[in-house]
Design a protein around this ligand. Structure first.
Ligand code: FES
Length: 118
């Protein structure tokens, strides 16, 4: 069952900013670009990098560990690590690209709510 969980308020997050929040056993990343809000797992699907310590450019988040890039709008992988030629050299030894889990966001009054299945 999916429920709206209030995570923070719009006043607590400026445009271009992102923060992580603990909700139960999960770490959820909330990011804001102008009046658009995004929610996703805060752990990078590559090796668990703390995405809230990465960079945000529009809806694109870059992991601080190995520079994988994801679109926060849908979790799509835009770049999987910056290992490049190394990944090709050692073939299948590197994890295959995996999308970032994202969640719907609802703004109710000034509350930022994330729809999570509990
Ligand atoms: S942990 Fe994020 S790119 Fe490796």
């Amino acid at each position: 069952m999916t429920e709206p969980i209030t995570v923070t308020t719009t006043e607590q997050l400026q445009s271009g900013e992102m923060k992580s929040f603990i909700i139960g056993t999960r770490q959820i990343l909330i990011a804001r670009q102008n009046d658009t809000y995004y929610a996703a797992d805060n752990k990078c699907p590559h090796m668990g990098g703390n995405l809230s310590k990465g960079t945000l450019n529009g809806s694109v988040i870059t992991c601080p560990l190995h520079n994988s890039k994801f679109d926060l709008a849908d979790g799509k992988v835009l770049q999987w690590t910056d290992f490049g030629g190394l990944a090709k050299a050692i073939g299948g030894a590197i994890k295959k690209p995996k999308p970032l889990k994202t969640y719907p966001v609802v703004i109710k009054d000034n509350e930022i709510q994330v729809l999570l299945s509990l």
